[in-house]
Design a protein around this ligand. Structure first.
Ligand code: KG4
Ligand code: ZN
Length: 333
């Protein structure tokens, strides 16, 4: 049995998880409320909050698992991509823990881990499959050939899908992170009330900056005529913006599925928590005969469970890190 303690600290969630082989026994996450006032993640505050949260979170994850801190076979951490100060907290803790208990270190790529979150619970996708990974920092279509063999086939040229959600939510006066709030408001809104543009980007690429600008100009024009425009139309605005972001995502995923002749289709990352995206994926799946996969909610947004499961497969391959390992802010998939 392989027992792993895993840490995720790439952005603004401090998370720890314990796994035994491919079972995640505990996954504890502390989110940081401090960023709401700044309309985005404030990197300096994020690293301070990680420093404050990391021991209680790890302690809680170990307690919940029923294991003892002396029993682990390896300690896993997020090497990148992410915020440098945030990553440092996890890397430094992992090194100290590895030294204290004389166990190997396993570095994990955060984006690879979002994909690997599909191997925590049933049903698990079969290889090869396509995964649309949509988070606050990334929008990628990945061809997954085996557990740790992934090829990036499409990515955003500018903003990520989560950023598109958060920035448009901010224009509507919603606090950070606006994605989940937009999802809530959209539930009672009409997604076809306002029409936003669809970017003309070739192949499996994405772009959300033009959409962001068009939303800004549209809101400026409407609020000049009616200062209460946003509050009077909030639900329809959220539903229409959400519909456009999700339809861009699903149309590119559909194109990739067709070109690569895939019918095992997965989504991952924070934005895969979006109820509109989940529904659109399900409808596309029914239409095209796909088997679709979405991780459980707690494994969609940043979490250490996905780091633990990735580390398990790296442990099987004996892919351990050297003692001088450093964070990598711009790590590729
Ligand atoms: O994967 P994640 O937790 O962190 C990063 O690696 O970035 O993703 C966070 C992103 C944020 O932009 C957040 O607004 C978005 O995921 N998000 C959502 C929803 N839940 C989280 N966006 C739309 N609808 C949601 N329900
Ligand atoms: Zn993430």
């Amino acid at each position: 049995m392989i027992k792993i303690l895993a840490i995720e600290s790439s952005c603004d969630d401090t998370s720890a998880a314990v796994s035994v082989d491919d079972s995640v026994l505990s996954n504890i996450t502390a989110s940081q409320a401090v960023h709401a006032a700044y309309g985005g993640v404030f990197p300096e505050y994020a690293s301070r909050a990680h420093l404050k949260n990391i021991l209680p979170v790890i302690d809680a994850a170990i307690k919940k698992s029923g294991l003892d801190k002396t029993e682990f076979d390896a300690i896993a951490f997020t090497k990148g991509p992410g915020l440098i100060g945030s990553l440092h907290v996890g890397v430094a803790f992992a090194k100290a823990f590895a030294l204290a208990f004389n166990i190997p270190l396993i570095e994990v790529n955060h984006m690879e881990a979002h994909v690997m979150a599909h191997f925590i619970d049933e049903p698990k996708p079969r290889f090869p499959f396509l995964c649309l990974t949509v988070s606050g920092g990334h929008t990628q279509i990945i061809l997954v050939k085996d557990y740790l063999e992934m090829e990036l086939i499409g990515a955003t040229q500018d903003d990520a899908a989560g950023e598109a959600y958060d920035k448009s939510a901010k224009m509507l006066g919603l606090p950070y992170p606006g994605g989940p709030l937009m999802d809530q408001q959209a539930k009672n809104g009409n997604p076809h009330r306002f029409e936003f543009p669809f970017p003309a980007i070739p192949k499996y690429g994405f772009s959300f900056s033009g959409l962001k600008t068009s939303i800004l100009y549209f809101l400026q024009k409407e609020t000049a005529m009616n200062p209460r425009f946003i509050e009077e139309n909030l639900e329809d605005l959220c539903a229409s913006i959400q519909y456009r972001i999700n339809s861009i995502l699903i149309s590119k995923l559909t194109k990739a599925a067709k070109d690569f002749k895939m019918n095992e289709i997965a989504i991952a990352g924070g934005v895969s928590a979006n109820s509109g995206l989940r529904q659109m994926l399900q409808e596309a799946g029914e239409k095209h005969g796909w088997n679709t996969y979405i991780p459980a909610f707690e494994y969609c947004t940043d979490n250490a469970g996905m780091i633990a499961i990735t580390a398990y497969y790296k442990f099987l391959r004996k892919e351990f890190s050297h003692q001088g390992v450093e964070p990598d802010v711009r790590m590729d998939i």
